[in-house]
Design a protein around this ligand. Structure first.
Ligand code: S3P
Length: 162
């Protein structure tokens, strides 16, 4: 099978759905954020703080390019689509956009402290969300809504599509 790339905003469920998909399809799960943290032995928050967002983006793009284009599920970071080279790279696989409303994301991430870009003013977060919507849509082969659906239901929906 072609590698499945899960894209979407922070809190859209890429990691949990990725885990479930990789178990059901019996292929490895690669999480680009986890790969960066492991390679540099630093949390994403520490990389943002000490080296800045632009360095994180370089690390993230390199982690994406290390992913195979067959037989894997890749859970990406919410900003992966900001780089055109990344969106082109993912087109070798099946790109699935997990769409979640901003309202639902706010609910899911209300206590989140670990995401540097969620740690800003509400208007800035909403602006980022709106800006990214089109990037996700134009990169994805399939869009799946995740509001008020279980992880299992979303996973089955993805499997039915691929
Ligand atoms: C980011 C999303 C995060 C992580 C980093 C930047 C973003 O991943 O890559 O904090 O730019 O939206 P998740 O989407 O898994 O939260």
């Amino acid at each position: 099978m072609k590698t499945i790339y899960l894209i979407g905003f922070m809190g859209s469920g890429k990691s949990s759905i990725g885990e479930c998909l990789s178990l059901l399809l019996d292929v490895p799960l690669i999480d680009t954020d986890a790969a960066v943290e492991e390679k540099y032995s630093q949390s994403i928050a520490a990389i943002f703080k000490e080296k800045g967002e632009s360095t994180f983006r370089i690390y993230e793009s390199a982690a994406l390019r290390d992913t195979p284009n067959t037989n894997a599920v890749v859970s990406t970071g919410g900003g992966i689509v900001e780089n055109k080279g990344n969106t082109n790279y993912m087109k070798s696989g099946t790109v699935i956009y997990l769409h979640t409303s901003f309202h639902e994301i706010k609910r899911r991430l209300q206590y989140d402290q670990k995401r540097p870009l969620w740690n800003s003013r509400l208007e800035e977060k909403e602006q980022l969300y709106k800006l990214r919507l089109n990037l996700y849509k134009s990169c994805a082969e399939y869009t799946i809504s995740t509001d008020s659906k279980s992880i299992e239901a979303i996973t089955n929906e993805i499997i039915a599509k691929i």
